[in-house]
Design a protein around this ligand. Structure first.
Ligand code: C2E
Ligand code: CA
Ligand code: CA
Length: 422
């Protein structure tokens, strides 16, 4: 990753300034501190909750701290209460709030700040905080001080409307692509993850960034998932006939999918009717999905496991109470988010999260998968840390089902060499 450019002519206005990080998880706090160091902040203070933060800021009043970077969910005083206290006591000029939860929670803070400029909010960020986004928000503080020019906001692809998606579904325009998951010990293909694509008649092949958010929370998501699962089941049968070794296929489930008993009934009926063994399928769910409707999610995960399906916790490391939640759920696999994988050899803060995720997976006896393995350096580090499987552009990008057999033949030697590399 590139360190965002302090402008070529002047150093960034925050360079050498004092900053306070308020975050209850020591791992996450370490991660944020690492980012701030990379941005060339000066003294970095840390507090584990709102009360500790207020005491510290009162004590340092004589030499004001430039920025307060706080988590939203904390035991004791949460981020919303802390924001109000900072305003009432006039303790922060620049505030950034981060959260692993629903973006709507962050919107509350954004709305508060719109009503009241005294809050000094530069903006809010979802975890995992990326260096580039943090630097962009900081440029707003630079603006006030007459500092660096703000970078243009990242452009997100336009989301299709629900009507368009319903039509696309009826026209069978959604299909899965597949990305290999490779055993780090010997370079063998262990499984693939199915990733949805939209074959748009005019715009070509579109990634989930163009449609998943619109489907989220809508009844159409159930139909969408089942359409993909149906296609996956057909591909599994073709691969078996083509003589591919047994593979597991991972499929992403949305929060609503996971929480609805009726959906789980339809899903399992579909698989049972196909003759594909449940053990060939792994359902991937994120911690946020599990937390959204915890008791239904736990019940349904238990049912899926009893039927013999695999269950993976996706995007591990960016949730807000990862360790505790993980131990409570019947997962068979832990997928570490790529924010903590790619570049972990260079960035100690990523490495800390990566190591603790691997420790957790290993101590609970579940398979560990690293996402976003992009370089040989990433690969070697993970292999030396004992990670079971890798997924990422170094091995292969997601590809159409028809290309998988060819890819396997062509890349077998390369992968074996990678596994054995010094
Ligand atoms: P995810 O489940 O975390 O999937 C991994 C994403 O990382 C994929 O993006 C994949 O193409 C990308 N990726 C893989 N290796 C690398 C790498 O080395 N570097 C980088 N930078 N990226 C890598 P994609 O296909 O765009 O999917 C994005 C997200 O959309 C998925 O994230 C998943 O949350 C969601 N999604 C995809 N298909 C489905 C689906 O069928 N149902 C649901 N509910 N969500 C889906
Ligand atoms: Ca996934
Ligand atoms: Ca993931």
């Amino acid at each position: 990753m590139q360190i965002p450019p302090p402008s070529a002519t002047a150093s960034p206005p925050w360079e050498g300034r004092r900053v306070l990080v308020v975050e209850d998880s020591s791992v996450q706090r370490g991660y944020l501190v690492g980012l701030l160091r990379q941005l060339a902040f000066g003294e970095i203070f840390e507090a584990a909750d709102g009360n500790e933060a207020l005491q510290l800021l009162e004590r340092e009043r004589h030499d004001r701290i430039f920025l307060v970077l706080t988590d939203l969910e904390m035991p004791g005083m949460d981020g919303i209460e802390l924001t109000c206290q900072l305003r009432d006591r006039n303790l922060a000029d620049n505030l950034i709030v981060v959260s692993a939860r629903d973006p709507r929670l962050l919107e509350i803070i954004e709305n508060m700040a719109r009503e009241d400029a005294a809050i000094g909010l530069l903006g809010t960020l979802l975890k995992p905080v990326q260096l580039e986004s943090l630097a962009q928000l900081l440029c707003k503080a630079g603006d006030r001080d007459g500092g660096c020019a703000p970078a243009p906001p990242p452009s997100l692809p336009a989301q299709a409307s629900l009507e368009e998606l319903a039509q696309a579904l009826a026209r069978k325009e959604f299909l899965p692509h597949f990305q290999p998951k490779v055993a780090m010990q010997n370079g063998q293909l262990k499984g693939v993850e199915a990733l949805a694509r939209w074959q748009h008649p005019q715009r070509g092949l579109l990634s989930p960034a163009h449609f998943i958010d619109t489907l989220e929370g809508q009844p159409l998501m159930a139909e969408f998932t089942l359409v993909l699962v149906q296609q996956v089941l057909e591909h599994i049968q073709h691969w078996q006939q083509a003589g591919l070794p047994p593979l597991t296929v991972s499929i992403n489930l949305s929060a609503d999918n996971l929480a609805e008993r009726a959906f789980i009934d339809r899903l399992t009926a579909l698989v049972n009717g196909s003759g594909v063994a449940p053990a060939s399928l792994v359902w991937e769910v994120t911690e946020t999905s599990v937390m959204r409707q915890l008791s239904q999610a736990l019940t349904n995960m238990g049912r899926l496991r009893l039927m013999g399906f695999g269950l993976a916790m996706d995007d591990f490391g960016i949730g807000y109470s990862s360790m505790q939640q993980f131990a409570r759920c019947p997962f068979t696999e832990l997928k570490i988010d790529r924010a903590f994988v790619n570049g972990a050899a260079q960035w100690p803060n990523r490495l800390t999260v990566l190591k603790s995720a691997l420790d957790l997976g290993q101590s609970l006896g579940v398979a560990t998968v690293a996402e976003g393995v992009e370089t040989v350096e990433d690969w070697k580090l993970l292999r030396d840390l004992g990670c079971d499987m890798a997924q990422g552009y170094l091995l292969a990008k997601p590809m159409p089902a028809e290309e998988l057999v060819g890819w396997m033949r062509q890349d077998r030697r390369r992968l074996r060499a990678l596994a054995g590399s010094e």
